[in-house]
Design a protein around this ligand. Structure first.
Ligand code: ADP
Ligand code: MG
Length: 338
């Protein structure tokens, strides 16, 4: 017999799980994105002390029993059918991998009921094995509990940072979602203690205020611009409000938080002569464009995207941010310091 064999399904799942769910914050990101894709208007999040326990509850479209029973299988998705659709996916998810990956490395429980349906459905798994599934009383929408994340992957557990660091990463993930979708009310707690809540009224500044404090958010300058197929809007800090790292430079492409060197470089360029070396702006910038102009399928966790025309975007962002800064009253002239 040859020495090559196809890997068993559960081994494949386990390997794949590592790519999608690197740490608690990546599991939280997937759950929040699912809630958004389900059309939730209000999402409640509870983050355990070290992030290995998570709860995400939404008021979205929920799942019928048939769907709930299979949503945890690998490649099970309601968001993509044909290869051609890949070019135009408008949802945050489409790979059908997140729930399977999380299920493989945790104890997962999902309770769901579509609005208008009398009865809900509950499914429980541990380490990818189904423990139970059946009808259950449930509020409208979907609640997902992740418990003991990485309980069966000691190697992964060892690489986790301190509980405080994992918790912080989870909070940051929640904040990114809040700013990605200011029209959704996000309520965040840590170990049952409320931390912040965004109003969900569509106002980016209000969402920013909830996560960074109202006083700083008030000082942010509005950005707006359009060029070719792309549009940019958002808020950036006046030069007298800066940070020691680039971490507060948040970019959203079609409602998805991403890391992008071109766009960050454009923002930094706009501040060039206005910030001291080693200081960076705070920015929440939304880029919107036809999905055909941006490829989101280049990274398993979709943290990076590829633009069809990087130079166009660089120019758009740099000039829009420059305009915002130019219109800002300079510190020396502001009435408060006279
Ligand atoms: P993907 O989001 O890529 O489709 P997931 O594994 O994250 O893959 O989810 C699988 C499917 O489960 C989704 O396509 C969706 O139909 C369903 N689902 C997951 N989370 C929710 C939710 N919060 N509300 C409603 N449906 C959900
Ligand atoms: Mg998903």
């Amino acid at each position: 017999m040859g020495k090559i064999a196809l890997l068993a399904e559960d081994v494949v799942d386990h390997i794949a799980a590592g790519e999608v769910v690197e740490r608690p914050a990546s599991a939280l990101k997937e759950l929040l994105e699912n809630a958004l894709d389900a059309g939730a208007r209000r999402i409640r999040v509870d983050i355990g002390e070290d992030g290995t326990h998570l709860m995400v509850s939404d008021d979205g479209e929920g799942m019928d029993p048939d769907d709930a029973a299979i949503c945890v299988l690998r490649h099970a998705t309601s968001k993509l059918r044909r290869r051609e659709d890949l070019a135009s996916v408008a949802t945050l998810g489409f790979r059908g991998e997140a729930l399977a990956a999380i299920a493989a490395v945790s104890e997962l429980e999902i309770l769901t009921r579509p609005p208008g349906r009398a009865e809900g459905f509950r499914i429980r798994l541990a380490g990818g094995e189904r423990l139970s599934a059946g009808p259950a009383a449930a509020p409208e929408g979907t609640t997902v509990w992740v418990r003991r994340l990485f309980f069966n992957t000691p190697a992964r557990r060892r690489y986790l940072k301190s509980p405080a660091a994992e918790r912080r990463a989870c909070l940051e993930t929640a904040a990114r979602i809040a700013l990605a979708r200011p029209s959704v009310a996000l309520e965040v707690a840590v170990a049952g203690q409320p931390r912040w809540v965004t109003p969900g009224d569509g106002d980016l500044r209000a969402a920013a205020g909830a996560v960074m404090g109202a006083r700083e958010a008030q000082a942010l300058l509005p950005v707006q611009g359009a060029r070719g197929p792309a549009r940019v809007w958002g808020l950036v800090s006046p030069p007298d409000l800066s940070r020691p790292t680039r971490e507060h430079l948040w970019i959203f492409v079609n409602g998805r938080w991403v890391q992008d060197r071109t766009v960050s470089a454009a923002v930094v360029r706009a501040y060039e002569s206005r910030l001291a070396k080693g200081r960076f702006p705070v920015a929440f910038l939304h880029l919107e464009m036809d999905p055909a102009w941006v490829d989101v399928n280049v990274h398993p966790a979709k943290l990076f995207v590829r633009f069809r025309d990087e130079r166009l975007l660089f120019g758009l962002v740099a000039s829009a941010v420059e305009r915002a800064l130019a219109s800002a009253p300079t510190f020396a002239l502001s009435p408060s310091v006279k």
